[in-house]
Design a protein around this ligand. Structure first.
Ligand code: GTP
Ligand code: MG
Length: 171
């Protein structure tokens, strides 16, 4: 019988980068071309097997990216063990927004929070505006995990959560 260890995880990022789509791919293994913009925040859970002894349960807050909800974010990241900061590889401005979230987390979130920078919509290579190496370097400089993924195809989605789980303190 594996031991169950729970962690809180928050997703942050500009509206329409695909935060909800990433969570739905991870939790339900589904994708919707016409997902509605999140209002406030949504709560979902998913477990993954870290190893035969330990199962990790993620309690996930999928926040709303629209500017009008910005002031709610601290409620969700304040007690989080991990944060996934998402940008859209086809929108340069979304990386700028991601950098601001990273700064805010580094100042206001828990000292030992595990942060991942995630470039979503990797399936839209022909519309790319953000260079992979540029974002990867930025993540390295800030000491963050880094992934390019596609919620649409599912590529890389499980890897985000698996790698975060491996960095969390399970004792
Ligand atoms: P807010 O809730 O407003 O903050 O947005 P969000 O970040 O949750 O974005 P959401 O998941 O609602 O996705 C926005 C749009 O992008 C939807 O139309 C999705 O179908 C689309 N989308 C999400 N992920 C991908 C992806 O990996 N590839 C492509 N091509 N489209 C995607
Ligand atoms: Mg959403």
């Amino acid at each position: 019988q594996p031991r169950l260890v729970q962690f809180k995880l928050v997703l942050l990022g500009e509206s329409a980068v695909g935060k909800s789509s990433i969570v739905h791919r991870f939790v339900k293994d589904s994708f919707d071309d016409y997902r509605e913009s999140t209002i406030g925040a949504a709560f979902l859970t998913q477990t993954i097997e870290l190893n035969p002894e330990i199962t990790i349960k993620f309690e996930i807050w999928d926040t709303a990216g629209q500017e009008r909800y910005k002031s709610l974010a601290p409620m969700y990241y304040r007690n989080s063990n991990a944060a996934v900061v998402v940008y859209d590889i086809t929108q340069e401005s979304s990386l700028e927004r991601a950098k601001i979230w990273i700064k805010e987390l580094q100042r206001q979130a828990s000292q030992d929070i595990v942060i991942a920078l995630v470039g979503n919509k990797a399936d839209l290579e022909e519309e790319r505006q953000v260079d992979n190496e540029h974002a990867k370097l930025l993540a390295e400089e800030e000491g963050l995990l880094f992934f390019e993924v596609s919620a649409k195809s599912g590529d890389g989605i499980k890897t985000i959560f698996q790698n975060i789980a491996e960095k969390l303190p399970v004792e």
